[in-house]
Write a new protein. Structure first.
Length: 316
């Protein structure tokens, strides 16, 4: 199916410039083409900006909201994510799979523009690529992109810079913090993809994760947002097919399947010498995953939340 992810995201963007003041975001048009929406660098942003950012990340294929929850008896806001098209919303759009480094600029790229570039192996395996008229991307970074960044992205997506819009927020901002925690279902699907589960079997998905406190800097923000999902994320998947493969692969999906599990992420990162590639990739997934088999009616649950590590990470 041609999801037209970039076109969907572009429709979501139509109202954003007019709502910039209420969302506390800033709009920058580059001479010669390209538009940047600042969600948390010079602009303050907020919860509404975070919600808008998360919705653009998923090309509008998910319902995302703030709901009441608890951490070990303490009332705490959680992000609720639900989608009837989770593979398209999460893997083809939301996943931050594109490292963008141009001159002195670096950011993690996500959103529909990834499907236009199709640089990741994931797109070959899922047999998907777009040739859109416009490109929309989300960047997790601390500096506004330059004209050189737009040129690089245009080269890879084959969409002119003048028809490219980039939304950016650092992790240590209200909006950036929100959009990262909203990836709770995406982390489950990506882990399933990596361990060999046929993700096309997933028909619907829902998940929650505690909205981590905004950290004082981006490194601490990376720690807290990861902990929100690793130790507090809960995902439910509605799937089709056999129960045996779920029973076999299910134990490998939650975060506790990793030997690195059990400490706040910043401590794990320090033990890895501040090298993400030395961290066990099996760690990056929700704390708990529940499968509802639509064909057999069986329910299988793997993993569990860990409020003690969450409290340590969040300063509770």
């Amino acid at each position: 199916m041609n999801w037209q992810l970039n076109a969907r995201a572009a429709q979501l963007l139509e109202s954003l410039p007019g709502a910039a003041e209420s969302l506390r975001v800033a709009v920058h048009d580059f001479p010669g083409g390209g538009r940047v929406l600042d969600f948390g660098i010079a602009a303050e942003g907020g919860l509404g900006a975070g919600l808008a950012l998360a919705q653009v990340c998923t090309a509008g294929l998910a319902e995302i909201s703030l709901v009441h929850g608890e951490i070990d008896g303490c009332g705490w806001p959680h992000i609720l994510f639900a989608s009837d098209h989770p593979v398209a919303a999460c893997l083809l759009s939301q996943y931050a799979g594109w490292q963008i480094g141009v001159e002195k600029f670096f950011a993690m790229g996500s959103g529909p523009m990834r499907a236009a570039a199709a640089r990741e192996e994931l797109f070959q395996k899922l047999d998907y690529r777009e040739s859109p008229e416009v490109a929309v991307g989300v960047l997790e970074g601390r500096k506004l992109p330059t004209a050189a960044v737009f040129g690089f992205i245009a080269e890879k997506t084959k969409v002119p810079a003048a028809r490219t819009t980039l939304l950016i927020a650092p992790t240590a901002s209200v909006a950036g913090n929100f959009q990262v925690v909203a990836r709770v279902v995406e982390t489950a699907l990506h882990k399933m993809f990596e361990v060999g589960f046929e993700v096309s079997r997933v028909r619907s998905a829902a998940g929650t994760a505690p909205l981590s406190p905004v950290a004082k800097d981006d490194l601490a923000g990376i720690g807290r947002t990861n902990d929100a999902i690793l130790y507090g994320g809960r995902v439910t998947l509605w799937v089709r097919g056999d129960d045996e493969s779920i029973a076999e692969l299910g134990p490998r999906i939650p975060a506790n399947s990793s030997a690195s599990y059990g400490e706040p992420f910043l401590k794990i990162f320090e033990q890895a010498g501040h090298d993400f590639y030395k961290i066990d990739p099996l760690l990056f997934s929700p704390a708990e995953v529940v499968f509802h088999n639509l064909d057999t009616g069986r329910v299988q649950r793997f993993g569990q939340v860990n409020p003690q590590v969450l409290k340590q990470s969040f300063g509770l």
